[in-house]
Design a protein around this ligand. Structure first.
Ligand SMILES: Nc1ncnc2c1ncn2[C@@H]1O[C@H](COP(=O)(O)OP(=O)(O)OP(=O)(O)O)[C@@H](O)[C@H]1O
Ligand SMILES: [Mg+2]
Length: 342
């Protein structure tokens, strides 16, 4: 996005001393306030400040580290049920579900994540909730527990809950009507967003996972195999009456795109013809955050992929219709990455 088209919420100017003083993570660091870009992202419960200085590795987030007690639930109207799917396995559905779910919850919405991977669940690990799951959706369907016992609340954000379909290696004949009953029951508890983490493939697990969804997020990497599977999935979604489909391109490597060794985000989007929700760079922090059970978007010092997930979440809830440019004056990785949209 060119500077001239930046929305008014984004400015480049001196960061007032009063602000920098209130950002604890800036204390003791050397920076030139005159070269900092900042954007006050409206729509979070409190104005949120993101800073990027001329050293692109120095991406900061603060002011906003939002106070849980302050949560004010935004209006949404009808609850939204979004399936996160891909066709090809291992492209980042679960990573994206965890980070988008957490970000949307941080925006104040009541979010339920459903791990629809029967027998191979792992969303609980990414959220650090694995030890708190006593019951699963299968226990509900078998009459062993109530829905509220199987919906596990996140410790950090109480408006985020996780429902795992099954224990690991467990088998059960879940049907489309089971999925629809479960999602209706979740909505009746006041949840505004349901994100369904779909298993890989296009067999019965996929069909069950998409059946209650009214919208879909197709995740792909910029690889031809993943794109072909994403295309196939997009066709199946349409055939099943899901027309509101958006694209998330994951594991983008700006250096490889620059060398012409990887398709750009724009190329991928044009090949698939699906509106773009976001692009997430390849980032070793994804692995670190997975191992820690702490989604990227919770990190104090956000990496580029964390910012990319936050922005995708904001676009998903309709709070942002532009791609945030946080590029400093120097041509760092951030700027190069932003240019790949063009
Ligand atoms: N942006 C990224 N940068 C680096 N590693 C990533 C990124 N996104 C995902 N990964 C890694 O890729 C692997 C697969 O991710 P994930 O489990 O989210 O994919 P999935 O589509 O849910 O897989 P499955 O189809 O098996 O359910 C994980 O090891 C994850 O850490
Ligand atoms: Mg997965």
């Amino acid at each position: 996005m060119k500077s001239s088209t930046l929305p008014t919420a984004m400015r480049t100017c001196k960061v007032p001393k009063s602000i920098t003083r209130s950002i604890s993570c800036l204390r003791g660091k050397s920076y030139k306030s005159g070269t900092l870009h900042y954007s006050v992202l409206k729509g979070f419960q409190k104005p949120r400040l993101q800073l990027t200085c001329t050293d692109e590795t120095f991406v900061l987030r603060s002011l906003a580290d939002l106070d849980e007690g302050d949560t004010e639930v935004p209006e949404l109207g009808e609850a939204r049920i979004v399936v996160v799917t891909s066709g090809k396995g291992g492209v980042g559905k679960t990573t994206s579900s965890a980070n988008l779910g957490m970000s949307i919850a941080r925006l104040g919405y009541k979010v339920a994540l459903i791990d629809a991977d029967i027998g191979l669940r792992n969303l609980d690990l990414l959220l650090g909730l694995e030890n708190r799951i006593l019951y699963t959706a299968i226990d509900i369907l078998e009459g062993e527990c109530r829905l509220d016992q199987a919906l596990i609340r996140d410790k950090r954000w109480k408006n985020l809950s996780l429902l795992s379909m099954s224990r690991n290696r467990q088998r059960y004949n879940v049907t489309r009507s089971h999925m629809e009953e479960l999602t209706s029951a979740i909505i009746s508890l006041g949840y505004q967003f349901i994100l369904i983490d779909c298993p890989a493939g296009i067999d019965v697990g996929f069909i069950n996972a998409i059946s209650p969804a009214r919208e879909a997020l197709v995740v792909t990497t910029p690889e031809i195999t993943s794109i072909r599977d994403a295309d196939r999935v997009a066709g199946l979604l349409e055939a099943n009456g899901i027309f509101n489909v958006k694209l998330l391109v994951n594991r983008v490597r700006p250096d490889m795109i620059a060398r012409n060794d990887m398709m750009s985000v724009k190329d991928v989007q044009e090949m698939l013809g699906i509106p773009l929700l976001g692009a997430i760079p390849e980032d070793e922090q994804v692995i670190i955050s997975t191992n820690r059970g702490e989604p990227l978007v919770l990190q104090k010092k956000l990496t580029l992929s964390g910012i990319a997930y936050e922005n995708a979440a904001r676009r998903l809830v309709g709070k942002q219709d532009y791609f945030v440019e946080m590029s400093p004056q120097g041509k760092g990785l951030l700027q190069k990455f932003t240019e790949l949209w063009a």
